[in-house]
Write a protein that binds this ligand. Structure first.
Ligand code: F0G
Length: 482
């Protein structure tokens, strides 16, 4: 994306790439979409891709690759041990993070497994700016507890705060004091804080966090999965870094962390993951788990082709014109929705456009999963599938009660360089129609509820015939249109 000004004065993000490979899409009729949603148990994870027009479920593993990434995949060096490909990836990581050691994994949550198994024990407390589903699950599985130390501002849907992902330093101190530093194996900082709307943290805040970690002798672990977006926001929103290059900002962040891990399904625009560190002791401790769970130390469950693509993708991430595409498209969609009165998270963050289901559907109680219901309704209205990020994404308490989520969001992810402007406008337009017909939407209830990460494959049903009513209204309003 460039900072090109349009003569008309319109503010349109201009793509700095061209499309050379395309994939045909299918847009089913509203009646077919209704049936597909019912068949998927009102869980967008269970839809079949053939029934999906715009797959806005996630940016994970579905970002567009560059020609250079594809070319690199052709020269991958396949061997169980000691492949040249591994050396190239390790080198790419060392170039950008300055880290000597690299432990490859098959994806981000595998890093979380390895880090948690190495460091989390019964009674451990892990402070973090905000939890992510898989990161929390691994800490809990190993007997630990997550303490979120976000600033109050983080949960405000509408805000002018450019860094809602920042940690509250006083809260961080208090949590460590209360737990006792010896029970805090590490502090986890998540770049581009996923569950609160892809909100970034500032570099200034991370420096403060580092100081606290030093004070108490606690490690700082950075989840860099969404670092690309966060880098863009530091460059554009943090005064002190406006004249620094993305590479310099990356290095400054990396130097603050003891361990960096990432999902390469996001960072690096391919599929895989890994853990980077300069701490030899940490490397030695964690590597045993790599060979146990992931694969040999020079591939860790990844295909060498993907590793080549990640190495190039990481280098490309150092280009501001590349990494600003996601955030600028997200901002565009957010503004389109705002114009139509749809409640969205502001400021626009990374990863996707986040719709506030609570104010969209004030008549649906949190126990009836308003964000899940809205995600289903959006699919029925548009064929675009987003993801529930609310109470459904939480885990039931041991006593069977439901912990109500802080936020009820529907995330419409914008995988990088995948959708065109007219497609984004289409999605926003259908969501605006839905907003004008929001009274028709009702709640959901589980009919099949898994114990762990239930949102992935749990099945639900509508609490009334609202989905049918919605499809009927769509037909009335749109006539023969798809
Ligand atoms: N950390 C963050 C911040 C993430 O967003 C994710 C994945 C992970 C860790 C786990 O990585 O999927 O490669 O195992 N987020 C995906 C999403 C699933 O859709 O937001 P993974």
């Amino acid at each position: 994306m460039s900072q090109v000004k349009f003569y008309s004065g319109e503010n349109i993000p201009l793509e700095m790439h061209k499309v050379r490979i395309v994939q045909k899409l299918n847009l089913p009729t509203v009646e077919e979409r209704l049936e597909a949603m019912k068949g998927a148990g009102f869980n967008t994870f269970l839809l079949q891709n053939k029934d999906v027009f715009m797959d806005m479920l996630t940016d994970s593993g579905v970002n567009a690759m560059s020609d250079r990434q594809q070319a690199a995949m052709m020269q991958a060096d396949d061997s169980y041990a000691g492949s040249e490909t591994f050396t190239r990836l390790q080198q790419a990581l060392e170039n950008i993070f300055g880290t000597k050691y690299f432990l490859p994994t098959h994806q981000g949550r595998a890093c979380e497994n390895v880090i948690s198994q190495t460091y989390v024990t019964a009674g451990s407390v892990v402070p973090m700016n905000y939890h992510f589903t898989t990161s929390k699950a691994h800490i809990v599985l190993n007997g630990g507890r997550v303490e979120e130390v976000y600033k109050d501002e983080a949960l405000n849907i509408t805000s002018n705060n450019p860094f809602k992902g920042d940690m509250d330093i006083a809260k961080l101190r208090a949590v460590i004091e209360e737990a006792g530093a010896e029970n805090v194996p590490f502090v986890r900082m998540e770049a581009g804080t996923n569950l609160i709307g892809g909100q970034p943290h500032s570099l200034a805040n991370m420096k403060e966090v580092r100081k606290v970690c030093d004070e108490y002798g606690v490690m700082l672990v950075l989840d860099a999965s969404l670092l690309a977006d966060n880098l863009h926001f530091i460059k554009t929103r943090e005064e002190a870094y406006q004249n620094k290059s993305i590479r310099e900002i990356t290095r400054e962040i990396a130097d603050l962390a003891d361990i960096i891990y990432f999902s390469a399904r996001k960072l690096g625009n391919a599929r895989g993951g890994g853990i980077c560190t300069n701490n030899e002791e940490a490397y030695m401790k964690m590597r045993e788990y790599i060979t146990l769970y992931e694969g040999f130390l020079t591939y860790g469950g990844m295909s060498v082709r993907e590793m080549e693509a990640i190495a190039v993708g990481l280098e490309e991430t150092m280009d501001e014109e590349m990494i600003n595409q996601g955030p600028q498209f997200i901002q565009f969609m957010t503004e389109e929705l705002q114009k139509r009165g749809v409640p969205v998270i502001t400021p626009a963050g990374g990863l996707g456009c986040h719709i506030d289901a609570r104010s969209f559907l004030p008549h649906v109680a949190q126990q009836d999963y308003p964000a899940g219901a809205l995600a289903s309704a959006i699919y029925i209205a548009s064929g675009a599938r987003g993801m529930e990020r609310g109470t459904m994404s939480e885990q039931r308490n041991e006593d069977g009660t439901e912990p109500l989520a802080n936020m009820e969001l529907v995330r419409m992810a914008l995988p990088r360089r995948v959708f065109t402007m007219s497609q984004v406008k289409y999605a926003a337009d259908r969501i605006a129609w839905l907003y004008d017909n929001r009274d028709l939407i009702g709640g959901l209830e589980f009919v099949e509820e898994p114990n762990v990460l239930r949102f992935f494959f749990g099945r639900l049903q509508a609490t009334s015939n609202w989905p049918e009513q919605l499809a009927k209204k769509f037909r009335e309003d749109f006539g023969n249109s798809l």
